[in-house]
Design a protein around this ligand. Structure first.
Ligand SMILES: NC(=O)c1ccc[n+]([C@@H]2O[C@H](COP(=O)([O-])OP(=O)(O)OC[C@H]3O[C@@H](n4cnc5c(N)ncnc54)[C@H](OP(=O)(O)O)[C@@H]3O)[C@@H](O)[C@H]2O)c1
Length: 309
């Protein structure tokens, strides 16, 4: 017997999924904009995230760079962990290394290992659940990167590893030098950033059973209804389609954008970045959106600005 989703063409969006050995909510909480929060503000944000099942927390060594400073976002999260016993174990902790901001990128083994150790200290934890190379360093051999990840994993400092902003060929090259699987790739992916659909990023994620962590799923705030783009731009076209679906579904355009990202079959997790506690909670409305295949392609065609071939 066909299930309802097949007969009606409604795309299924699971609330949880797997990243390597971890189970996590498909809505995840990104801590890029977190630096500068007080511990009590930050705690409220993390609690709101956990309330909606967003137990995967994504941070990076460089978050805070430019304002509070390199490492500042990790330090805030470390303070939140330290203030609440047992909290760390309720989260899947992802951090990243390999950038001296803004450049150079630096994936020399010594830098990855030192950066990981500094992250552990700031985050006040013994191990990172999923450690990502933040951006591909074109001067580091895949063999050297693999050696660093292998050592960090053997030493128990990271439980699993992945990449961010890697091309599919870079993923394959790094994987070929490892004797354990990369568990995650983290590209920018949203109705305004559709390249991963066609450049192999989401294909290699499925090939290697990786999780896809979509960064800036709301286009960094452009897919929220707060922006009013010029007519004829990609943003205006996409917002018009999202708005129609949002009105029909009784939710915000941001919730439809999240549902669109999560509906792709590449084991997608959406990293929401709002610092507003109410909006964190409201993000769960993404799971209430009934998105048909027609809706999904309508958004894609609007993003492309051209019909499908
Ligand atoms: N790997 C990488 O290279 C990379 C790069 C960038 C980001 N990331 C990850 O992705 C995460 C998310 O990125 P992001 O923060 O750009 O995500 P996002 O969710 O696309 O955008 C968040 C922004 O949208 C605004 N926003 C959200 N809902 C809104 C609403 N209803 N009305 C008005 N404004 C709204 C937020 O403002 P308010 O705070 O005021 O709500 C915030 O400024 C980061 O925290 C980080 O973990 C990774």
């Amino acid at each position: 017997m066909k299930d309802q989703s097949q007969t009606e063409g409604v795309l299924s969006i699971e609330r949880t999924g797997r990243i390597g050995g971890f189970e996590a909510g498909r809505l995840a909480y990104g801590c890029w904009r977190f630096a500068g929060s007080t511990v009590s503000e930050a705690t409220r944000k993390i609690e709101a995230a956990l309330e909606i099942g967003a137990n995967l927390l994504d941070t990076a060594a460089i978050y805070g760079f430019g304002d509070q400073g390199f490492g500042a976002a990790e330090a805030v999260l470390g303070d939140v962990y330290a203030a609440q016993s047992g909290l760390r174990d309720r989260t899947v902790l992802v951090t990243k290394a390999g950038i001296h901001p803004p450049v150079p990128y630096d994936s020399r083994a010594s830098n990855l290992i030192e950066s990981c150790e500094a992250s552990l200290a700031r985050l006040r934890t013994d191990a990172i659940d999923v450690f990502l190379i933040h951006r591909p360093d074109l001067l580091a051999s895949f063999e050297e990167v693999a050696a660093a990840l292998t050592k960090l994993r053997a030493d128990g400092k990271v439980r699993a590893a992945g990449v961010s902003n890697f091309t599919h060929t870079q993923v394959r090259a790094l994987q070929s030098k490892l004797d354990f699987p990369l568990v995650a790739t983290q590209p920018e992916f949203s109705p305004l950033a559709i390249a991963p659909l066609e450049d192999g990023t989401l294909d290699v994620a499925q090939e290697f059973d990786m999780a896809t962590m979509a960064w800036s799923p709301l286009g960094g705030g452009r897919l929220t209804g707060a922006h009013h783009p010029d007519a004829g731009t990609q943003e205006a076209r996409v917002l018009a389609v999202l708005d129609g679906i949002a009105t029909r579904e009784g939710v915000g355009v941001d919730h439809v954008a999240l549902a669109w990202v999560l509906a792709h079959p590449a084991n997608v997790f959406a990293l929401i970045g709002t610092q507003n506690v109410g909006r964190i909670r409201e993000s769960a409305k993404a799971f209430d959106v009934s998105l048909s295949r027609q809706d999904w392609y309508d958004v894609l065609v609007a993003a492309r600005g051209a019909p499908m071939p």
